[in-house]
Design a protein around this ligand. Structure first.
Ligand code: FA5
Ligand code: MG
Length: 419
């Protein structure tokens, strides 16, 4: 954010980094980096992570490689995964940059090449990821992903291994109450990679689907009404470093929920990892979305709450239903302002500023109006900020102070004129 761009150095996880014109990381985000919710045993994210890990007992858990800091290079996050140079994910409005050379990872895939390069062939990594985003009950600029991957040798030996595992997984799933809406392993729009044998790719894609269907069954299967089948839907997708690629949705409590992306890893990514003779798959799964559904957690900010009424409800090894406690009253405040002539203010810039001032006290932010003056062509916008603490009652005075800070920082950092 602007305020940090103006200081010469920013301190992140105990290290100092020089800032430059790319710096857009905010103090609110810097404060989240040490928290590691996914490593807390009695936190719903920790409970879910352990559940996933116990489903893949023979996979390495990657959690202490030195190179796995959330501070990564754009090369790790994008280039080694073949993201095009003009991919929107690279932009300052979507990602947090410390400076032009370093950023916060936007997904756990940023470490695929590091991990394969260490010789790991089947592994799981759970970590915090960072994306600039709007503010509401299901969006937060920090969330958590579990990445999983498996590679085998791209020869008859590797394929025999896969065939054997597929037969076992198929048998397990055949006995279960699951309805899978599938798509073909390969299609004209989701093709085999040029140098791969289509039969091998199909075996690997089948192994990917079977492994994930079985995980999803483990996570959701026992939590449906008696007799109700689990419904899972596979959809064709695109990711720059996998082909074919898929997304998976689960039908739970009346809604389709997108929970993960996955695919057969590109040859170029395996070449970058010095394992050119392997073939395999990777997936990346969003923990908050799944945890919100499994534990009935209604607001994504609750994961960050220190309130013992939240924290004391969860225990390692148990997926339990969250019992909501009474909500404190909300306080809506509007702010309208004129933008200076040539400036644009991205929604994410506004949300980051509000979050920096008010932290988790902001429940959501909505743009409620825009207006262009017919004579001067000046543009005015109005946002409505909903302030509400999850942990205590806010006084009107306290909210007014926060709101005044939002106004004054908007003036200082974006040159707006408050109406
Ligand atoms: C990825 O991040 C890819 N790295 C996934 C992947 C890994 C593909 C390996 C291929 C191979 P995506 O941006 O769709 O993809 O995010 C993956 C999952 O993270 C989503 O399915 C969703 O469950 C979760 N997710 C994405 N954005 C958010 C968000 N803003 N808030 C909460 N969860 C999110
Ligand atoms: Mg997606």
């Amino acid at each position: 954010m602007q305020s940090l761009r103006r200081v010469p150095f920013v301190r992140v996880l105990g290290r100092e980094y020089p800032t430059d014109r790319m710096t857009n990381i905010s103090p609110a985000i810097v404060g989240k980096l040490p928290l590691k919710l996914h490593s807390r045993p009695n936190h719903p994210l920790g409970v879910l992570r352990s559940f996933i890990e116990s489903h893949f007992p023979s996979y390495s858990r990657i959690d202490c490689l030195d190179s796995l800091s959330p501070v990564v290079t754009p090369k790790q996050n994008f280039d080694l995964l073949s993201f095009p140079k003009d991919h929107p994910g690279r932009s300052l409005t979507d990602s947090y940059y410390i400076n032009k050379e370093l950023m916060l990872r936007t997904h756990t895939s940023a470490h695929e090449v590091d991990i394969f390069s260490c010789g790991e062939t089947q592994w799981l990594l759970t970590a915090d990821v960072y994306r600039r985003d709007e503010i509401d009950a299901s969006h937060y600029p920090v969330f958590h992903q579990t990445e999983g991957a498996r590679i085998v040798s791209a020869d008859s030996h590797g394929m025999d291994q896969i065939r054997h595992d597929n037969a076992e997984l198929e048998q397990h799933l055949r006995r279960s109450n699951i309805i899978i809406q599938d798509v073909p392993h390969l299609s004209a729009t989701n093709p085999c990679q040029p140098h791969h044998d289509p039969e091998h790719t199909k075996l690997v894609a089948a192994n990917l689907k079977l492994s994930l269907n079985s995980l999803i069954l483990g996570l959701f299967g026992g939590r449906l009404n008696a007799g109700e089948p689990l419904r899972v839907r596979w959809i064709e997708a695109t990711f720059p470093w996998t082909t074919p690629s898929f997304e998976v949705e689960v039908y739970f409590r009346g809604k389709w929920l997108e929970i993960l992306g996955c695919g057969v890893i590109h040859q170029s990514t395996l070449d970058h990892s010095n394992v050119p003779n392997k073939l395999g798959w990777a997936f990346g799964l969003g923990l908050e979305r799944i945890a919100m559904v499994l534990f009935s957690i209604p607001d994504i900010r609750l994961f960050w709450s220190m309130d013992p009424r939240f924290r004391s409800q969860f225990k390692q090894g148990e997926i339990t239903t969250f019992k909501p406690y009474s909500k404190y009253p909300a306080c809506f405040k509007d702010i309208s302002f004129w933008l200076p002539g040539d400036t644009t203010l991205h929604d994410n810039d506004f949300c980051d500023l509000v979050r920096d001032v008010a932290g988790d006290i902001v429940e959501n932010v909505k743009m409620t109006d825009t207006y262009t003056h017919p004579k001067t062509n000046r543009k005015s916008v109005c946002y409505r900020i909903n302030y509400r603490s999850m942990d205590r009652s806010l006084s009107n005075d306290e909210t007014n102070v926060l709101h005044a800070q939002v106004a004054s920082r908007l003036r200082d950092e974006f040159g707006v004129e408050i109406r």
